[in-house]
Design a protein around this ligand. Sequence first.
Ligand code: SF4
Length: 407
Amino acid sequence: MDACEGVWRRLVDERRLPREDWCLLIAHAGPELKEEARALACAIARERFGKAVWYRGIVEFTNICRNDCLYCGLRRSNRSLRRYRLTHEEIVAACAGGHAAGMRTFVLQGGEDPALSDAWLTELLSELRTRFPDSAVTLSIGERSRESYERLFMAGASRYLLRHETADPTHYAHLHPPSQRFSRRMACLRDLREIGYQTGCGMMTGSPGQGAEQLACDMVFIQDFRPHMIGIGPFLPHHATPFAQERPGDAETTLFLLSLCRIVLPEVLLPATTALRTLLPDGCARGVLAGCNVVMPNITPETERPAYMLYDGKPVSGGVRETLANVDAELSRIGCGLVSGRGDHPLMKHEEGVRASRPADAARAGSLKSETALVAARAATRTVLAEGRPAGASALAERPYADRQQS
Ligand code: SF4
């Protein structure tokens, strides 16, 4: 048995590795071992979630950003980009379209737009909760103060995506200007988790300066932090960034990392990202075969999508129903299918009624120091320390997308 094979066996047995072993595995795994990892990850996902793939609607509601990440087309130094911010009405209308198509999670994603005050956001969250009480709201709007995260949680956001981008501080400094600090990113992730959000992290594969050592740091971070969601996609360059001439990441590494994440965290929510699907025409199916169990179609108004160009080649067209039908057809070819539902992390059980009114009202009224309100909101996000098989697709009142279209 060679060293790589020995490390692989250890991973299968223990579901975690020390950093140097991750490094060896990522650097030296050959095609056979990668196929073994893919097959195991796929089997774990099927055992936990059946053949169901949850779908969420992403609303890219602002492309205004105060940050200057070197890899991102929305960076503030990109003066050629037309900037926009959707109104509350436009966001609610986009979610209504997704809701009619069966979506029960809305991911509100945007740059770090200075105009996103807590008041603006809590009012929006309140409106979404009123209009779509059966749906979850995920925020993905970057770094904020702990107090702000608490206010938004109390107002009804139950999930938060904040990619860590890299768990290697030196690499982080290579991808970001000095004003954006690695320690701050990590502190935000800890805050989110402590407050009670279902918390997502993630990184690009193949970003400039990244090698097996950096990805090994990512895997150690992931196995220790134990996020509820992980977004992994290939680095794809944008023409108006300092990384315009860098080589894109590759699909093979991305798929391998997705499989490793599924093996380490069997219950994690793992999307087949848009970036992966940009690189591979059948990226959705390939992602699911590597262990993914989520897709996130874009429900942003089509007029604005060209201005949310994180990287070159990001798809901009496609109505909600057309996109879902295409994805469902792609998944049906591998024996899977889209399923409507909130799709919470299996170990988190939400009792939405508990925080339906008081915490949100408290947040709006500004009684934000109220520990009582925060405790109530946390109680609504009760962690069920379930052993063994969690509530899977069949137990969560979900409906297959195809059935929904026939009824
Ligand atoms: S990655 Fe996010 S924070 Fe960084 S420039 Fe792009 S939108 Fe802004």
